[in-house]
Design a protein around this ligand. Structure first.
Ligand SMILES: [Zn+2]
Length: 232
């Protein structure tokens, strides 16, 4: 990361235009680096990608700024179809009113792109999973934590045994919750008829993974036991 000039001559109110420019300028600096190293030397690839995408894998990851799937898996543009949200959750198949963003992405990946694998990637130090465990946002109003509380309430059932065995605070409990959340997403994926069908016919494989931020180690879930082990 470059440390661009921030300037100090203007006002000092948080959120003033100078502060906004500092953030934007950082993004523009990054964009220029991308043009030099990620675009210009790879014109052919971008020309090919302009005709369409054929990723073989969909990845469901957390919105957390530390766990970018394309960085962790070191893939090129066009290789992974990604959905990121709080705690990397896939909700169950629901036809209730509302805007089902994850379901829409899933439908597109499975039915249109025909991805061969769906990888759910949980991670260490996940704030969403921590809130699911502590239930600290329980009862909050929408816009004051209520949307998060509602979203992570889909972990309530998985939370109960974790809280009973490990309590609701501390890394051992949090890690159990983080890995249980991956299992919930995998289970919920199977509630989608199109996913269930393709898993049964062997056209689609579901995989649970977990990225430990503190040591940078990726773990794979054993699909039979639900346990996670580090990738060798
Ligand atoms: Zn997270």
């Amino acid at each position: 990361m470059t440390d661009s000039s921030t300037g100090t001559s203007a006002g000092n109110n948080a959120g003033n235009s100078e502060g906004e420019n500092r953030v934007l300028n950082g993004l523009i600096d990054g964009y220029r680096r991308f043009r030099d190293s990620g675009w210009n030397p790879h014109r052919e690839r971008w020309a090919r990608l302009s005709e369409g995408q054929q990723p073989e894998v969909m990845i469901v990851a957390c919105s957390d700024s530390r766990v970018d799937p394309s960085q962790i898996f070191d893939v090129d543009p066009g290789e992974i179809f990604v959905v990121r949200n709080v705690a990397a959750l896939v909700p169950p198949f629901e036809t209730s009113p509302g805007h089902h963003g994850v379901s829409a992405a899933l439908e597109f990946a499975v039915q249109v792109l025909k991805v061969k694998e769906i990888v759910v990637m949980g991670h260490g130090m996940c704030g969403g999973c921590k809130a699911a465990l502590t239930q600290e946002l329980h009862g909050a109003e929408p816009g004051q934590g209520g949307f998060i509380a509602d979203w992570i309430s889909m972990l309530d059932e998985a939370r109960a045994p974790v809280a009973a065995e490990f309590g609701t605070t501390g890394r051992p409990a949090e890690r159990e919750m983080e890995q249980a959340a991956v299992r919930v997403s995998i289970e919920n994926l199977m509630t989608f008829p199109c996913v269930r069908h393709k898993v049964k016919t062997g056209e689609l494989t579901l995989r649970g993974t977990f990225f430990a931020i503190s040591d940078g180690v990726l773990h794979l879930m054993d699909k039979d036991t639900g346990q996670f082990a580090p990738v060798a």
